[in-house]
Design a protein around this ligand. Structure first.
Ligand code: SF4
Length: 226
């Protein structure tokens, strides 16, 4: 497997935000979102066997929360799916962050999928694989990263059209973060003011979660490996 980094930190997103978590970050991505904060994953990393990844994870913790992220982890599905099965067997709670573009049928059912639907402002609108809607379970989460009102309306309409509020654990509306943020650990680095987003969500009576990437408020926003 091509791996960028394995480390332990605080989960910054999803309904697990704030909980200690091991992160396994896989290399490469086939999309190019304009606000991507993980471009350092597009190349490089080191080649590790699934056994070596498991060994490094166990060195950090014998259990708890573990997230596979990227890059796009599902580009390495052939090795990732059996590794996820093994770690589930060891008692880890697994999260998978995915762009929503790759097929998700082979993800073990016990994994909490956090699935992006790319909005128009990402530059990758339309990349979501619609058949992935069939793979969603009540413990999964769907995430929209929003640049502006146009993205918000897309996310709102998609959520309603596909009954996501009833279908999954959380529908997350998250303001896009600036690619080159200032050192300030505050919402001035968000493209879309969270205060404005909160007002829209309430006005439309949406049952969604306003998601902030809290690791960018705990540590300096540009910091990697946290
Ligand atoms: S899918 Fe994720 S890693 Fe890939 S370009 Fe978009 S934000 Fe970056």
């Amino acid at each position: 497997m091509q791996i960028i980094e394995i480390y332990r930190s605080i989960q910054g997103e999803s309904s697990f935000a704030g909980v200690p978590c091991i992160f396994v970050r896989l290399a490469t991505c086939n999309l190019r979102c304009v606000w991507c904060d993980s471009e350092y994953t597009f190349s490089g990393g080191k080649k590790l066997t699934a056994d070596e990844v498991e060994g490094e994870v166990l060195r950090l913790s014998s259990g708890g929360l573990l997230e596979f992220t990227g890059g796009e982890p599902m580009l390495q599905e052939r090795e990732l799916a059996p590794l996820m099965e093994r770690l589930l067997h060891r008692g880890f709670t697994l999260l998978l962050e995915t762009s929503g573009e790759r097929p998700l049928e082979r993800v073990p059912k016990a994994v909490h999928k956090i699935v992006d639907v790319k909005c128009p402002g990402s530059g990758e609108g339309g990349s979501f694989r619609m058949s992935n809607l069939e793979t969603l379970t009540p413990k999964d989460e769907v995430k929209f990263v929003l640049m502006d009102r146009n993205d918000y309306e897309f996310a709102r309409d998609f959520t309603r059209q596909h009954g996501l509020e009833e279908k999954v654990n959380s529908v997350i509306f998250s303001p896009a973060f600036r690619k080159i943020p200032s050192a300030e650990r505050d919402s001035t680095n968000c493209h879309l003011d969270p205060c404005c987003l909160a007002a829209w969500i309430l006005a439309d009576n949406l049952n969604v979660r306003l998601g902030l990437q809290i690791h960018k408020f705990i540590w300096e926003p540009a910091m990697k490996g946290v």
